[in-house]
Design a protein around this ligand. Structure first.
Ligand code: GMT
Length: 375
């Protein structure tokens, strides 16, 4: 198949899933054409069967704002035509599904056919898509997609109820490369972050408000009263300054390591003892899955699709949003009970391998592509 993939190229779950999917499809012999405004951040080297088409936004004195959605539509049309695509797969509804819809219409006017699949990832449904200005457009683009997938049962249900759409939505979970993300004995990173043998808590995200990253620092404050511990924060975004301020205010600046954006996250994850995900909204929780695959148990909130990933009292613990006391208590409980910790770490890895291995999920996408193309 020749597949066009559009995604956000930035440091975020939807872009990661789209890129890893494209790379995996290419390794199976499919031809994959990424169409976005920048090269996806995990697409760092030449890969056979993978092509990147950059969307350039028009600059003309009359345009005060960039016409990205239209430039994207035009680039999609160009790639559909010259690369003879069989299918477009867009990740995150706004504006990608709308651009794909428009490209499809233009292409049909020319007497040609192209189908497009939209994968819903999270805030396109739970936050941004609900804004009154976007809602009718998101609903429309979902209804007009030839196929729609959601990354959890939760997200599927939310889409059906929030947008009152009558559409078949296929649930295809996030996936993980279990060979790349795996527990290791050697932990060279550990001496740099916990030189006195402290336990290591970790969190990775785009530091948006929905991630509630400040909660991880509040948890650290409570846990530190009981056991020696460090907190590693990976990523960057709007809440980073607030987090740095809180760490200083609580006199924890030496105990919180802000590493910013990192590429080889798996190397750092394997040095951690626990992953914290105190999100206020999370459709699946790819970064928690990355930790679990490395044998790192997760303490998360109960929101969204997280209970479809984290099994309470087996692979970690689940608490209510903002319940810092409980999350701190769970952290102390797990880090002071070696037998329980070992079994949670083993369960976490097993759950990632058994349910979310790339080799299990990838055929679900391929089958879905075939179903949509043959419908
Ligand atoms: O929805 C977002 O905030 C953006 C999106 C992204 O691009 O980072 O993240 C979502 O997609 C991931 C991959 O499918 C999911 O694992 C994340 O749970 C989801 N984030 C949220 O729902 C907040």
């Amino acid at each position: 198949m020749k597949i066009g993939i559009t995604c956000y190229p930035t440091y975020g779950g939807s872009g990661v899933v789209a890129t890893e999917l494209g790379l995996a499809l290419a390794s199976m012999g499919h031809e994959v054409h990424f169409i976005s405004y920048a090269i996806p951040h995990r697409l760092t080297r030449f890969v056979n069967n993978v092509f990147f088409h950059e969307v350039e936004t028009s600059t003309y004195p009359l345009f005060e704002h960039s016409l990205y959605d239209l430039s994207l539509t035009s680039k999609m049309l160009e790639v559909i035509e010259y690369e003879d695509l069989d299918l477009m797969h867009v990740h995150y509804a706004i504006p990608h599904a709308v651009s794909a819809y428009l490209a499809k219409q233009v292409w049909e006017k020319a007497g040609r056919k192209i189908k497009f699949i939209t994968t819903l990832h999270g805030t396109d449904i739970t936050l941004m898509g609900l804004e009154p200005t976007f809602m009718p457009l998101v609903k429309f683009s979902i209804e007009e997609s030839d196929g729609v997938t959601a990354v959890s049962r939760f997200l599927k249900e939310k889409t059906l109820t929030n947008f009152n759409v009558n559409k078949e939505i296929e649930v295809i979970y996030n996936f993980i490369d279990i060979e790349k993300y795996k527990p290791v004995e050697e932990k060279p990173f550990l001496k740099h972050i916990a030189s006195c043998g402290e336990k290591v808590l970790i969190h990775t995200s785009n530091f948006r408000v929905v991630k509630r990253v400040t909660d991880t620092i509040k948890i650290l404050e409570k846990v530190k009263k009981e056991i020696p511990v460090k907190l590693v924060l990976i990523g960057d975004g709007p809440d980073r300054s607030e987090c740095e301020r809180l760490a200083r205010d609580l006199d924890l600046q030496k105990d919180v390591l802000f590493l910013g954006k990192q590429d080889a996250i798996e190397e750092i994850l394997t040095s951690a003892d626990l992953f914290l995900m105190p999100s206020q909204s999370e459709s699946f929780g790819l970064s928690a899955l990355e930790a679990m695959a490395c044998g790192v148990p997760v303490i998360s909130t109960s929101v969204g699709g997280l209970p479809e990933l984290v099994i309470h009292n087996q692979t970690g613990y689940i608490a209510e949003i903002g319940d810092i006391d409980r999350m701190a208590k769970y952290t102390i409980d797990l880090l002071t009970n070696e037998k329980k910790y070992k079994s949670f770490a083993k369960n976490s890895r097993e759950r990632a391998v058994t349910n979310f291995d790339k080799n299990l999920i990838l055929p679900q996408y391929v089958e879905y592509y075939e179903k949509v193309l043959n419908s």
